[in-house]
Design a protein around this ligand. Structure first.
Ligand SMILES: [Cu+2]
Length: 476
């Protein structure tokens, strides 16, 4: 296969299927690997028979950093390496509810193919929307590579509008940066563009449309771009999760996001899923866990909070945070257009909430035109209103949880979900939106969802008994 051969989607899918079936893609110069999201370690990847030739000279060729280069001056100086063999020594990341983009190696270059297209996507059970994504997914697959790799990324535009792809946070030649009109001609409908550059950095980055951004990002055109270090320092992480935060305005009963929304986004997602549609993050007790969190929401910053553990912020999209600059945290603010990686040891078994701490961001399809009825003796009032407005419904007199629980009985518009919640092990979970669950267990033999946490005796909050109250002198 020559360098200029355009990968078809069928080939990409076939490569993916071959690897998933446990066989490497055959061919004298090509190896492939993909979606290792469910297992640790690398599937059998063939070593190229001969050493790959250096990349062709030209503006995109990798130039080893010199003392004066921007890279050497600013970022992890001394660790940059000239590309040799494509990097393969890393623990693959896991994208919950998502996948990793397959690639081939052609003459020492990792070759990827993104296809921008319309996708009907389920944001949560009961809520589907017609969105834009890549390779049949919303958001796009996670791109994963190694510092020092040379990558060639084809982008095919199957949308009804021109597009482009920006590689957020990467130090690459200007003409590869992907801002339509500024750095390149936009990719016309039906066209395939080729981006090619070397990776000088390692860390957590993103990619997204940079053409008519407000529309195209509101429609979902984004993904994460992970670059592993060529020479990792410190202990390896066991569970390396990739979480891309975004927001949508999808009015109840509709199938298209309102791309003109400038406030009040009602659907908040992690990897384009809202709770209860988010997959749990499963870890064994003692696992080193990394969360690589990117935020490409239109307007909102997200303080992501984790229960039962504290972490350190180890990376931003600008690079690695020096150890002397780290501090323990339980909440990390991920502003629009930022990534933050946090590391911790999962040492506390249980089911732990992992969510945005903005309370409106753990709601689904929140309406903003509801009268606040907390404290009102509602029944009498409701009956009076109903006599003139049949079908009238208000916020519950005790808040929204009542409403969520009974939403199905009351009925919500077609293709809508209750504002929050799902059945939990002990009661109704009154959370939605940007919410997921970290499940830490001892003695796991697989990372499949282990179900709900069985609380050991004496470790579950419960109704106080009269003996408790008497013993401790609590008067009611
Ligand atoms: Cu938020």
């Amino acid at each position: 296969m020559s360098d200029d051969t355009n990968l078809t989607r069928r080939e990409a899918l076939a490569a993916s299927a071959a690897v998933l079936a446990g066989t490497a893609l055959a061919g004298p110069q090509a190896t492939a690997q993909v979606d290792h999201s469910q297992h640790k370690g690398m599937p059998g990847m063939k070593k190229p028979e001969t050493a790959p030739p250096p990349p062709a000279a030209g503006s995109g060729a990798f130039v080893p950093p010199t003392a004066n280069s921007f890279y050497a001056r600013t970022i992890d100086a001394g660790t940059a390496v000239a590309p040799g063999e494509p990097g393969k020594d890393y623990t693959p990341t896991i994208t919950p509810n998502g996948v990793t983009l397959p690639f081939k190696i052609v003459n020492g270059v990792k070759v990827f193919h993104l296809i921008a297209e319309e996708v009907t996507h389920e944001l949560a059970p009961g809520l589907k929307a017609k969105l834009w994504g890549y390779n049949g997914r919303v958001h796009g697959p996670t791109i994963e590579a190694v510092e020092g790799d040379r990558v060639r990324i084809y982008v095919t535009n199957k949308l009804q509008a021109p597009t482009s792809v920006h590689w957020h946070g990467l130090h690459i030649p200007s003409g590869m940066d992907g801002v339509g009109g500024l750095n390149q001609k936009s990719i016309g409908v039906g066209e395939t563009f080729k981006y090619e550059y070397s990776l000088w950095q390692h860390g957590t980055f993103m990619y997204h449309s940079h053409h008519d951004e407000m529309t195209q990002m509101a429609m979902g055109l984004m993904g994460m771009f992970i670059i592993h270090p060529r020479r990792p320092k410190g202990p390896r992480v066991d569970r390396d999760f990739v979480l891309l935060l975004s927001q949508w305005e999808i009015r109840p009963g509709t199938y298209r996001p309102d791309i003109t929304a400038f406030a009040g986004f009602n659907t908040l997602t992690i990897n384009a899923r809202s709770y209860p549609g988010t997959e749990p993050l499963v870890a064994k007790k003692g696992d080193r866990v990394r969360l690589r969190i990117g935020n490409l929401s239109a307007i909102d910053h997200h303080p992501i909070h984790i229960h039962g553990h504290s972490f350190q912020i180890t990376e931003t999209d600008g690079g690695v945070v020096p150890e002397s600059g780290r501090q323990p945290e339980t909440t990390v603010l991920v502003s629009v257009g930022q990534t933050r990686s946090v590391d911790f040891v999962a040492d506390n078994p249980g089911d732990w909430a992992l969510h945005c701490h903005m309370t409106h961001h753990v709601m689904n399809q929140m309406g903003h035109a509801q009268p606040v009825m907390i404290g009102v003796r509602e029944n009498a009032f409701k009956n009076q209103v109903k006599s003139v407005l049949p079908g009238y419904m208000t916020m519950g007199q005790a808040g929204m949880a009542d409403m969520a629980e009974h939403a199905t009985a009351m009925g919500v518009p077609d293709n809508s979900i209750p504002m929050l919640g799902a059945e939990g092990p002990l009661d109704y979970i009154t959370m939605g939106g940007m919410f997921t669950i970290l499940k830490v267990r001892e003695g796991l033999t697989s990372y499949a969802d282990p179900g709900w946490y069985p609380n050991p005796p004496g470790t579950l909050a419960s109704l106080a008994t009269s003996e408790d109250l008497k013993r401790d002198g609590i008067t009611l």
